[in-house]
Design a protein. Sequence first.
Length: 387
Amino acid sequence: MYSGPGVKTSPDFPIPDTMKAWVLGNPGELKRAEKPVPVPKRAEVLVRIDAVAICATDLEIIDHGPPASILGGMPFNKNFTPGHEYMGTVAALGPGVDEYKIGQRVTVEIHAGCGQCKRCREGMYTSCHNYGLNYGDVDKGHRANGFTTDGGFCEYQVNAINTLVAIPDAMSDEEATLVVTAGTAMYGLTELGGLVAGESVVVTGPGPIGLLGVAVAKAMGAYPVILTGTRDNRLKIGKELGADHVVNVRNEDAVEAVRRLNGGKGVDYVVECSGAPNAVNEAIRMVNRGGKVCLAAFPHGETPVDVAHIVRNNIYLYGIRGEGKSATHRAEAFMSQKRFDATKIHTHTFPLDDLPTAIRYAKDRVDDAIKVVVKAKGAAAHRVAAE
Ligand SMILES: [Zn+2]
Ligand SMILES: [Zn+2]
């Protein structure tokens, strides 16, 4: 019988003692496992995972390790379950939780800061100074599910209530998995100044964050919004999400094209989502003097940057990590009010049992895959109900 000190459950949501989970073995190797269903503590709930989207960062973690960090080191062969872009249904409440109800649909953001360090106290919980410290004598209570603690490629997970975002019934499971991606784009625009109405914005790189960056910038009234990239099919989706102009950088110089499209001037903001080797140098030439550049992609390796150009032109550079400053809630507000259709970037759905196939689609962009979702909805609950 599933239970824990002070934990509330409901007969409507039977919870098994164990669940199906995928765990990371050696680099690139995901294995099936049976794990105990985790038990929520104070200020936490148990979420029955209904759908989880695959992110490029998951592929990075599965093959190479970072940015995941388990017990202070590489995540391999530690019974670690990756996956961080999930949504589901509240299935049990930890002691004292009255903010959510059993049966309520939620999506999650990733970072639950420690709540006690300088940055958490400033609301910058994605920059928590106790990042990854959640074990042994250094347990500060920090959690980043799918990065430093178990994530969503399984049937249930425990989440701090400050990582939950309530969603309306009208939002599909698949769409709800995209809220955190839109939240990352929203955080980038928040750091650039927030009030971007009437300001010119370039988004470089039409991956999921870039495409939803276009959608969020348009929803906030930016004009013009210019998207640059190399794949015409993705640039087309960018147009559907509201880009005023798209530039295929295989056909023309990205910096010249941006200046031409904005009346010969640089733009106010660039959100860099490509991670391309020369992306920073191009971005600092796309912005006007005093412009701001937000870096939202993880590039491989180090890149030389023209610092003199940045200093001479008073250009601001920001690195962002994740979906900070409650940006996920603002992104969800736009999505539930149908200010943009994030489902345009969802291309494929597989059952949780087929996770390796889903990962292959995401990694090799099989059939022009962008966002691939896996669904586990209720399988474990059905098993327990049948017992
Ligand atoms: Zn992600
Ligand atoms: Zn902290």
